[in-house]
Write a protein that binds this ligand. Structure first.
Ligand SMILES: CNc1ncnc2c1ncn2[C@@H]1O[C@H](COP(=O)(O)O)[C@@H](O)[C@H]1O
Length: 342
């Protein structure tokens, strides 16, 4: 009896385990991943440099105005580095970060120089940390973009492919924009061998059958959020084994789903054969690092330690960078499972 209890206890997930677990993060927006403390430091630095800068301290006022203060474009090095360190310290062992190319005219920053600086930062980080967290970049197209802007983003992704850009994302306010205009952009990306991930069915208004079918016709390898999906479309998604980036704290705290953690669609989707990936989305905003997302999933859906390791194996099948990183991750997970005597 005691031995049975001891075995069960060994399987019970605690925050220490989810911190140690080698984790895979595939849906993290660079700007939203900056911690409030780092935002404050960047804000203070900007304030001393520019007396006409009128935004309030982000620690005092977390407002939508922050979106206009393009932190990652103004200070790409400090923001990217702080975000990479945050994920590494939380035990992330593979990261696909995403960001929107931005222009900051006053500082002479172009979309090209913005993305090139982020990529340089990632490359230096990988070198200086002995590549403990292989990191790749996804470039975001905003739903409010014009087709010309979206094409520019695709061209940048193609230009920087050899430096670690692995795909394109479609994000932004889900109540805005007409996503059908982006077909030539996603076709060009696909033809160039880039992968595609799309924010999908975040709110009822962006979940019409027409919109969801159009998005699926862009042949995404992964989908983000996947909340308001009719059954027939969900069946198509699971049959195609499209990767599902699920963000528990974001969806609960931003009230994108009704109810609490136990009501999240993770419960149903985890039971399918699809690659399900737990993701933070905007850890700087929602304050729940990936280790905590894993803990929440275990707590509310009764996952064991083995289940979480298996979840990471499934996540590994959905990465965009290719077979060699996938193999490395599966090996790391095997070794981890052995070391935990599971
Ligand atoms: C439910 N969560 C979400 N849904 C849709 N888009 C989101 C998002 N969270 C963040 N973004 C998108 O990410 C951009 C900021 O990161 P970058 O400056 O590009 O790194 C925002 O402009 C927004 O469009």
């Amino acid at each position: 009896m005691n031995r049975l209890l001891a075995t069960q206890n060994r399987r019970v997930v605690d925050p220490n385990f989810t911190h140690q677990l080698p984790k895979i993060e595939l849906h993290a927006h660079l700007t939203g991943s900056i911690s409030p403390q780092i935002l404050h430091q960047i804000w203070a630095q900007r304030k001393t440099q520019d007396s006409s800068f009128i935004l309030n301290d982000p620690l005092i006022e977390m407002s939508t105005e922050l979106e206009h203060f393009n932190v990652s474009a103004f200070f790409p090095l400090v923001s990217t580095l702080s975000v990479l360190n945050g994920f590494m310290d939380d035990g992330v062992r593979y990261l696909e970060l995403r960001t929107t190319p931005r222009v900051v005219q006053a500082s002479g920053i172009t979309k090209t120089s913005h993305i090139s600086t982020v990529l340089d930062c990632i490359a230096n980080f990988r070198l200086s940390t002995k590549d403990i967290m292989p990191t790749y970049l996804i470039l975001s197209i905003d739903r409010r973009n014009t087709l010309t802007e979206a094409m520019e983003t695709v061209d940048l992704a193609i230009q920087f492919r050899s430096q670690g850009v692995v795909g394109l994302d479609l994000c932004g306010n889900p109540s805005k924009g007409n996503i059908s205009i982006f077909r030539p952009a996603f076709e060009k990306a696909k033809a160039a061998g880039l992968q595609i991930t799309l924010h999908f069915a975040e709110i009822p208004a962006s979940s019409t059958e027409e919109e969801l079918r159009t998005l699926l016709s862009y042949e995404p390898g992964r989908l983000g959020h996947v909340i308001h999906v009719p059954t027939s479309i969900m069946q198509e998604i699971t049959t195609k084994r499209i990767g599902l980036e699920l963000c528990l704290s974001c969806n609960v705290n931003a009230k994108l789903i009704s109810g609490g953690f136990g009501d999240h669609h993770f419960g149903q989707l985890w039971a399918t054969e699809s690659p399900v990936i737990l993701c933070t989305d905007d850890v700087g905003v929602f304050g729940s690092p990936l280790s905590n997302e894993c803990f929440l999933a275990a707590k509310h859906f009764d996952l064991s330690k083995e289940d979480l390791i298996q979840l990471m194996r499934r996540s590994a099948t959905a990465i965009f960078s290719g077979e060699s990183e996938k193999k490395k991750l599966l090996h790391i997970l095997d070794e981890f499972q052995k070391s935990m005597q599971l």
